[in-house]
Design a protein around this ligand. Structure first.
Ligand SMILES: [Zn+2]
Length: 274
């Protein structure tokens, strides 16, 4: 049975090729009570522009519990019913409007999330790292895996016009610890769409793949995880492998740190806010 839900989008992953849907984006967000919902699949870039939504934007959409995806929070959206409501929530007052929803979810440790995963199929969570120790860059294949390449080729020949979907030739992983006495540290892949976007923008600007990857590190480690940020990770599982990955970063300034840096008002939207 379909129900209409109001969702604050908090996560969009880099698109993956798909035979059936052209390409897939994992979108997740929160309901008004702060509980998580995953909207899957969404062929985001192939939807008309008025159905495009940004992070921290409210949408309304009809959803049905996903029949083939046992993860607790997964719902199949009827993409044709997506309605985007107003502008994305801004970052004024240390992200007050965003925090009012996102922080209704109590941060958990990865250890607790794994327990919940076994117990009730939990597959999304908010983690507040105790310390983010590194962001590892690892060269990866420049091509999509063979099965996906075959799908792309098939669609190129017989399907509708495809938008270019390039494979990022690096893997990026966060190394962090959480507030849990059982914690031995984690190394987790980052699948945020913004990582890919930033990589391509920087490649265009710098003309060098390694330098572009290094600017991703600079932004996602040096800025988003800096000591004056109250950094949280949105984490989620991969359906096929049940492993946890970082889906996105929530990085409001720590309250009290903004006043010290008077020349820059906290309301200044950055490249990453929409
Ligand atoms: Zn841990």
């Amino acid at each position: 049975m379909a129900e209409r839900q109001r969702v604050l989008i908090t996560v969009k992953t880099y698109p993956l090729p798909s035979e059936k849907y052209l390409e897939l984006v994992c979108t997740a967000g929160m309901l008004e009570d702060g509980s998580f919902i995953r909207l899957y699949p969404v062929d985001y870039r192939y939807q008309p522009y008025w159905r495009w939504y940004s992070k921290y934007q409210w949408i309304e959409v009809e959803v049905e519990k996903h029949d083939k995806d046992p993860r607790k929070e997964s719902y199949r959206p009827r993409v044709e019913t997506i309605q985007v409501l107003g502008k994305p929530l801004d970052t004024a007052n240390c992200w007050a409007a965003r925090k009012a929803i996102v922080l209704k979810q109590l941060p958990a440790s990865m250890e607790t999330l794994r327990e919940l995963q076994e117990r009730d199929g939990t597959s999304l969570g908010l983690v507040k790292p105790r310390e983010v120790t590194d962001l590892i860059i690892e060269p990866d294949s420049e091509e999509w895996k063979l099965k996906w390449k075959a799908d792309i080729e098939q669609l190129r020949l017989f399907g509708p016009d495809r938008k270019p979907l390039e494979k990022v030739p690096f893997k990026f992983r966060y190394c962090f610890t959480c507030e849990d006495e059982r914690c031995k540290g984690h190394t987790m892949m980052i699948e945020d769409w913004e990582v890919g976007q930033l990589y391509w923008n920087q490649l265009k600007r710098l003309g060098n793949a390694e330098k572009a990857a290094e600017s991703v590190r600079k932004k996602f480690l040096g800025e988003l995880c800096r000591a004056d940020k109250d950094t949280h990770f949105f984490v989620g599982t991969v359906l096929k492998y049940r492993t946890w990955i970082v889906l996105g970063v929530f990085w409001p300034p720590k309250e009290g740190t903004v006043k010290a840096r008077t020349p820059r008002p906290s309301a200044t939207p950055s490249l990453f806010d929409t």
